[in-house]
Design a binder for this molecule. Structure first.
Ligand code: ADP
Ligand code: 5GP
Length: 189
């Protein structure tokens, strides 16, 4: 029988591709999968809870933590700072199960440098038109923020080839099964 080995999975893709939705569904089906809560200087959206959705930090507090080496990685994304705290990675690994980081492409490449065994998974939308529709449909962004996210999507999509796995999130159920298959395959390797 093959052994299950906890792994670090990094999920990236353009804003609106469906990363959050997909990861939440995958975690319902695979409840032991941990998810690191990132820190950000972005303002909370309606319904977001500090310490659950993100650790919402002021720019000064974020900088203090960068200077104190408290981040595994961090990056400027869509006009704000986002980062993965060392404490979050430790907290999850102490539980002995696999961990997902849902972070941008710059952060993902930093994680791969530090942890070569990590598995980078890129989530693609079926098309840029569908990406725009999802961002509009989510109803969380201003028109300016949508424009910025769509502009950044092109550069992000160009980096998909540096990922270990690429998954198209067209039908949600199919994409979720695909994500769980990838996780299972790497945990057994
Ligand atoms: P991300 O985390 O990548 O920014 P979200 O998970 O917030 O993206 O998804 C963006 C929007 O698209 C949400 O309104 C979500 O309900 C919707 N969505 C996600 N996956 C799909 C899918 N496979 N088909 C249609 N809509 C989707
Ligand atoms: P949002 O503002 O929509 O929640 O997230 C915007 C972008 O920030 C997404 O591409 C998301 O993957 C990225 N992001 C979220 N957390 C982190 C993090 O800890 N580090 C990095 N580098 N990017 C992150």
């Amino acid at each position: 029988m093959s052994r299950i080995e906890p792994k670090l999975f990094v999920v990236s893709g353009p804003s609106g591709a469906g990363k959050g939705t997909l990861v939440a569904l995958a975690r319902k089906r695979h409840p032991s999968l941990g998810l690191a809560v990132s820190a950000t200087t972005r303002k909370p959206r309606e319904g977001e809870i500090d310490g659950v959705s993100y650790f919402f930090l002021s720019p000064d507090e974020f900088k203090r933590r960068v200077d104190a080496n408290e981040f595994v990685e961090w990056a400027h994304v869509h006009g704000n700072c986002y980062g993965t705290l060392v404490s979050e990675v430790r907290r999850n690994f102490d539980k002995g199960s696999s961990l997902i980081l849902e972070i941008d492409v710059q952060g993902a490449l930093q994680v791969k440098e530090k942890f070569p065994d990590s598995v980078l998974i890129f989530i693609k939308p079926p098309s840029l038109e569908e990406l725009e529709q999802r961002l509009v449909g989510r109803g969380t962004e201003t028109p300016e923020s949508i424009a910025l996210r769509l502009e950044n999507a092109r550069g992000e999509l160009a980096l998909a080839e540096r990922y270990d796995e690429v998954l198209v999130n067209d039908d949600l159920e199919t994409a979720c099964s695909g994500l769980l298959r990838i996780i299972d395959a790497y945990e057994r390797n």
